[in-house]
Design a protein around this ligand. Sequence first.
Ligand SMILES: Nc1nc2c(ncn2[C@@H]2O[C@H](COP(=O)(O)OP(=O)(O)OP(=O)(O)O)[C@@H](O)[C@H]2O)c(=O)[nH]1
Ligand SMILES: [Mg+2]
Length: 215
Amino acid sequence: MHHIDVSIEKDVFDANNRLAHRNHHRLVDASVRAFDLLGAIGSGKTALIEQMVPKLRERGLVAGAIAGDVYGDDDFQRILATGAPAVNANTGKECHLDAHLVEHALDQIPLDAIDILFIENVGNMVCPTDFKLGAEKRIVVVSTTEGDDVANKHPMMFRESDIAVINKVDLAEYVGCDVGRLEADIHRYNPGMPVFKTNMKTGEGVDALLDAIVE
Ligand SMILES: Nc1nc2c(ncn2[C@@H]2O[C@H](COP(=O)(O)OP(=O)(O)OP(=O)(O)O)[C@@H](O)[C@H]2O)c(=O)[nH]1
Ligand SMILES: [Mg+2]
């Protein structure tokens, strides 16, 4: 029985990877640089989009976003309020976006009118890692309120991402989070991974992140 489950799982991943590849080429052809935003519920993914959109506009770049959530349009509405072209992608009950959902979202976003696309995944530290979507890089957002052992509990998330953001640095002292430990764990799983420390309430650290992704 077990080998049947494994081969079905492999088929699912292979099919997703093929679609992700197609999404990637479509984005490259449209000269859109896409970035996944991953991380736990409430880590600050939407807050980061809210900070980045106006800062990118100041740099002459138009950013759009796909708001991935299980249900509802809360994040979608927040992103729209920044003036960014956005698409809402509800998964219904799945704990992650997949390349097929993103393909449909891409049909609804004006790719010729944007330079950068942020794909905010469903808040989850586990499910999204296996499902590539077609982005150029993955940015994982963790926050100090998740505990300074959170990276140690989720090796795959950090191995499978390219850039890490440690958010809510303003709250670290109140929740007793040792940011140095968090960073050391991240580097143990992904040596050399760029790590940015941010406070989305003030925008601290966001310009440094943008320097790294926009180049
Ligand atoms: N104090 C403080 N609060 C923050 C910071 N970043 C985000 N928040 C707050 O944390 C809450 C969650 O932020 P969101 O941006 O909605 O988090 P998210 O990762 O998009 O959450 P999901 O989409 O539900 O997974 C909101 O109330 C934010 O205002 C920060 O750096 N400092
Ligand atoms: Mg969000």
